[in-house]
Design a protein. Structure first.
Ligand code: UDP
Length: 465
């Protein structure tokens, strides 16, 4: 019998950091059944029920351990979401160290793979004789930006958003400074300095897995792998996404069953994205007046776009924030779901012809794997960079423009819906998305680029055991 090879993985706190690394782990053990993964999870208070239910479905060669939960009173009030995540990870480290001590006293763990928000965990890799890796559920474009940042930081002094020209990151579509991730938008802030430090730190690992694939981001991946840049090895192993459960009988799926093929626009802002009350109103009127069918996951409004990210807004009914009479007027045209939809099943349904998305990377890849073109409406984190890649680079999406007051107004919403769902431009985006879907499916086949990349590494780990 082949010897079991053990690796440990550490997600960041929050559902959307847990899912990708678990999917990565599943893919690893599915391709290499003699691997065993132990997932050590930092958490705030008790884990959300979505996280718990996903852990219940894991195969027997992946097990999970919740680290000592961090108390909300230990986090500074009103801190940015990125700082909260960092702090939850930092405060979980004593418990992590203890867990690793116990585990490694019985078994040799060959590698430690951390989510990019859980870099602190990698500090212990050497102590326990493990190789250190990062799994970043982001695009090659975003990783290229991370690596390019220290260079740009040295060469320039003004805010990136004030650059007159788009920034040329090696191998990537030029990106305007204002579209870079939130953490670099104020260079005098502690957040920026902390981010810069972390960017330096990720260069010191033994390798970085990205959830992308060669055929989708050929040039950024080539640039990342170019010798002489001094980057650690980068392994594109995607697209790795969740698989959906059987959704037959669910109300929204029954509703989709009754619609025409490709006629419905699915609208969702990810696991935690929220809009302001004014923006919800504009979106509601935009959807209604577009006269297109829609399936909208509505969340209660917030002035902070990432507000529902670490919490679930269970106690508020989001439908009360819709314009008066909206539900009645659109009852034949659309369906509204409070807070959460079975997204995998929705995107896989033949009635869905477009996805208005916040461009979270998981949502993006799920859409790619289903060949659904996009309206790209980024909110926070690196979503604006994804939007640029999708709409300007790959040309599989159309991006609405916000007006001067920051709102995307109903007229603009109607316009982008029509551009995507009707006519020649939409048809071209659909065709390109179909080509991308084919390429994604191929990358995951036995002889596909991503499968081969992961297998090469698995072989290396085997040889070290
Ligand atoms: N998701 C879902 N239903 C929802 C909203 C989100 O199933 O109503 C899932 C979605 O399929 C994806 C993840 O949550 O796998 C969201 O990840 P993404 O990277 O797109 O965005 P984030 O939540 O990190 O902003």
């Amino acid at each position: 019998m082949e010897k079991t090879i053990h690796i440990a993985v550490v997600p960041g706190p929050g559902f959307s950091h847990l899912v990708p690394i678990l999917q990565f782990s599943k893919r690893l053990v599915q391709l290499h059944p003699n691997f065993h993964v132990t997932c050590l999870i930092p958490t705030l208070v008790s884990p959300p029920s979505a996280s718990k239910s996903i852990l219940e479905t894991l195969p027997s060669n992946i097990n999970s351990i919740f680290l000592e939960p961090v108390k909300p009173e230990d986090l500074p009030q009103g801190a940015a979401i990125e700082s909260q995540i960092q702090l939850i990870v930092a405060l979980s480290m004593p418990s992590f160290h203890q867990a690793l001590e116990t585990l490694t006293s019985r078994t040799h763990f060959v590698a430690l793979v951390a989510d990019s928000s859980a870099l602190d965990a990698l500090e212990f890799a050497q102590e326990f004789n493990m190789l250190s890796y990062i799994y970043v559920p982001i695009s090659a474009t975003t990783l290229s930006w991370y690596f390019y940042l220290p260079i740009l930081d040295k060469e320039t002094s003004c805010e990136y958003r004030d650059f007159p020209e788009p920034i040329k990151i090696p191998g990537c579509v030029p990106i305007h400074g204002r579209d870079l991730n939130n953490l670099v938008q104020d260079r005098s802030s502690g957040l920026y300095k902390n981010f810069l430090q972390r960017v330096w730190r990720i260069r010191l690992v033994d390798g970085i897995f990205i959830n992308s694939f060669l055929e989708m981001e050929t040039n950024p991946i080539k640039a990342l792998k170019e010798e002489g840049r001094g980057y650690p090895p980068v392994y594109p192993v995607g697209p790795i996404v969740q698989t959906g459960d059987d959704a037959k009988g669910l109300e929204c799926v029954t509703w989709l069953d009754k619609q025409q093929v490709g006629s419905v626009l699915y609208v969702s802002f990810g696991s935690g994205g929220t809009l302001s009350q004014e923006q919800i109103t504009e979106l509601a009127y935009g959807l209604e007046l577009s006269n297109h069918k829609f399936l909208w996951v509505v969340r209660a409004p917030s002035s902070l776009a990432s507000d529902a990210y670490l919490s679930t807004q269970n106690d508020v009914d989001p439908l009360q924030f819709l314009p008066t009479g909206f539900l009645e007027r659109t009852k034949e045209q659309g369906m509204v779901i409070p807070s959460w939809a079975p997204q995998i099943q929705v995107l896989g349904h033949s009635s869905v012809g477009g996805f208005l998305t916040h461009c979270g990377w998981n949502s993006t890849l799920e859409s790619v794997l289903n060949g659904v073109p996009l309206i790209t409406w980024p909110l926070f984190a690196e979503q604006r960079m994804n939007a640029v890649l999708l709409s300007e680079g790959l040309k599989v999406g159309v991006r609405p423009r916000a007006s001067e007051n920051g709102l995307v107004e109903r007229v603009e919403i109607i316009e982008v819906i029509k551009r995507l769902m009707e006519g020649e431009e939409g048809g071209k985006m659909r065709k390109r998305m179909h080509e991308l879907k084919e390429a994604a499916t191929n990358a995951l086949k036995e002889d596909g680029s991503s499968t081969k990349t992961l297998s090469e590494l698995a072989l290396k780990w085997k040889s070290l055991t």
